[in-house]
Design a binder for this molecule. Structure first.
Ligand code: ADP
Length: 255
């Protein structure tokens, strides 16, 4: 099977009047179709920079990033990006918010509207389609943001700490929901998180980045001893804790 995404020997430095900040150094990894990858690393090591390179918002100084063999470029509709902040527009209803990406891309078709209706009802938001974002809970807002992203039917989803603004209980529930949604859709995703448990519970591989400039310190394949794995049930796997300890030790080498 060919990788969906190939990141090869990528380096990036930021240049400003105060000098040069080297953010990423010789990063290489693949993402296979349907795979869920998590990236953890010390704060400020370059995780968001890496996602910005993958979606083409930044250009690598050295190295290449290919999606299905083609260099990634800005505005690539095949890559969906979800951030910590949901960026829902208060003056638009929930329905109008989830429709926004399709409107901008002029892709409002009966099939895509039916797909949105189905997702709103599956994820408990159909009763809130005329509500405004401030009337929703944090978890509902993140679900709406996810539906807005999935409406564009991206081939790859980038998630940059999408649950970190939520309280602990909501965070567990929403990450479970979102993990199941992506699992069901067999949607490949890359999740950046500082939460080791979240990374293990959702991903099939965890990439540990070193302190800045980030290099790949270790890639840990996750094979949990549990059937019908979901993000929540993963946490009960007997070997969950040993993965936690392994990743914790690796991250602490940076301290
Ligand atoms: P992380 O997501 O791991 O917290 P970032 O990718 O946001 O880290 O940033 C990596 C490093 O690059 C940080 O030291 C940050 O201060 C620096 N950085 C990020 N964006 C810029 C920029 N536009 N100009 C200069 N430095 C930047």
């Amino acid at each position: 099977m060919k990788p969906l995404l190939e990141v090869r020997d990528v380096c990036l430095s930021y240049h400003s009047i105060s000098g040069e900040t080297s953010a990423l150094s010789h990063i290489s990894f693949d993402l296979m179709p349907g795979e869920f990858l998590a990236i953890v690393g010390p704060s400020g090591c370059g995780k968001s920079t890496l996602l910005n390179l993958i979606c083409g918002l930044l250009k690598a100084e050295q190295g290449t990033i290919l999606m299905e063999g083609q260099p990634v470029s800005a505005g690539n509709a095949r890559i969906g990006y979800m951030l910590q902040k949901d960026h829902l527009l208060e003056w638009r209803s929930v329905y109008k918010n989830v429709l926004l990406g399709l409107e901008i891309r002029k892709e409002v078709t009966p099939e895509k509207l039916a797909f949105i209706d189905e997702m709103l009802s599956t994820y408990g938001l159909d009763k809130f389609r005329d509500a405004h974002p401030s009337e929703l809970s944090g978890g509902m807002r993140q679900r709406a943001a996810l539906i807005r992203t999935l409406a564009l039917k991206p081939d790859l989803l980038l998630l940059d700490e999408p649950f970190s603004a939520l309280d602990y209980q909501t965070r567990l529930n929403v990450s479970d929901d979102i993990g199941k949604i992506l699992q069901k859709a067999n949607k490949p995703a890359i999740l950046v998180t500082h939460d080791i448990s979240e990374a293990i519970s959702m991903a099939s591989r965890v990439i540990i980045l070193s302190a800045r400039p980030a290099t790949i310190q270790k890639i840990v394949p996750i094979q949990l001893e549990i059937e019908d794995r979901t993000p929540l049930s993963s946490r009960n796997a007997p070997n969950f804790k040993s993965y936690f300890n392994l990743i914790w030790k690796e991250l602490n080498k940076n301290v």
